[in-house]
Design a binder for this molecule. Structure first.
Ligand code: G1P
Length: 288
């Protein structure tokens, strides 16, 4: 069955980015001039996804406004003949069919995904985490979908991470099947460095079969007292095969201040109008 729906959990409180996130969703923080969540929605659309459900919470209204039509702004740009900006603004509201649902309590990623049960129905679906932005030649989710077409079961997007970082991620016990593809033998959420089965980490992209909802309904809270998607996937693995796909591309953890700054620098250097001036500035401060 073709994967047409993607879930983007965006209910987190963004405490790592306070005070910026006191009254503003972290998903709206820009990389150069585009909110991080727009990069995710664009990746979904360019991967062939048709419907997107964003799981929001309180204080997330500006996400809905961002993907809606901006009547006053469009009128003003039209009157001032600012065609380029008008096209840019209109493009955002017609990017995709976007739906919203609120996660009423922050009970973890697994609980957020469970909120999508009715929207998803009985189809395989994608999950895209907003803290993970991937710069790649083929969109990251497209790479996973191509792998899904071959294996027709749940696929986790993974990459190797430094050993000292394994405790930040869901980690898989891999069995190599072919270039970039592993069968998942086991998985664990945020293991201690010395107990980690590998350094192959789940990095914010998943294709999951709908059976996960039956499991999530009964998944007990795990690490940090939250209902963990990784724990539910571990139970799913006992009923169906799960594969991991090592995707190509540079992944940025934009939920982390350093990762956010790295993404900002790299994306700015890709912009023709900023590249030369910004590079000159960077060289100057590095040599000072
Ligand atoms: C979540 C998942 C984790 C995954 C990570 C990727 O953790 O629970 O399995 O490896 O995203 O970024 P979080 O970063 O929300 O703590």
């Amino acid at each position: 069955m073709r994967v047409k729906k993607a879930i983007i959990p965006a209910a987190g409180l963004g405490t790592r980015f306070l005070p910026a996130t006191k009254s503003q969703p972290k998903e709206m923080l820009p990389i150069v001039d585009k909110p991080t969540i727009q990069y995710i929605v664009e990746e979904a659309v360019s991967s062939g996804i048709e419907q997107i459900l964003i799981i929001t919470g309180r204080n997330k209204k500006s996400i809905e406004d961002h993907f809606d039509k901006s009547v006053e702004l469009e009128k003003e740009l039209e009157e001032k003949n600012k065609e380029d900006l008008l096209e840019l603004v209109r493009g955002i509201s017609s990017l995709a069919e976007v739906y919203y649902i609120r996660q009423k309590e922050p009970k973890g990623l697994g609980h957020a995904i469970y909120c999508a049960k009715t929207f998803v129905g009985n189809e395989p679906f994608a999950v895209m985490l907003g803290d993970d932005i991937v710069d790649s030649s083929k969109p990251c989710l497209r790479q996973l979908l191509d792998c899904y077409s071959e294996y027709k079961t749940s696929i986790l997007g993974v990459q190797q991470v430094p050993q000292e970082d394994v405790s930040k991620y869901g980690i898989v016990t891999p069995l190599k099947i072919e270039e970039n593809v592993y069968k998942v033998k086991d998985l664990v959420e945020k293991p201690k460095m010395e107990e980690s089965p590998s350094n192959i980490a789940i990095l914010g992209r998943y294709i999951i079969t709908p059976k996960i909802f039956e499991i999530l309904e009964h998944t007990a809270p795990g690490v940090n007292g939250e209902i963990q998607l990784t724990d539910a996937l571990r139970l799913l693995m006992k009923e169906e095969a799960i594969y991991a796909y090592s995707f190509e591309g540079h992944r940025y953890d934009v939920g982390d201040k350093l990762g956010y700054l790295q993404a900002t620098v790299d994306y700015a250097l890709k912009r023709p109008e900023l590249k030369d001036g910004f590079m000159e500035y960077l060289k100057k401060i590095v040599h000072e």
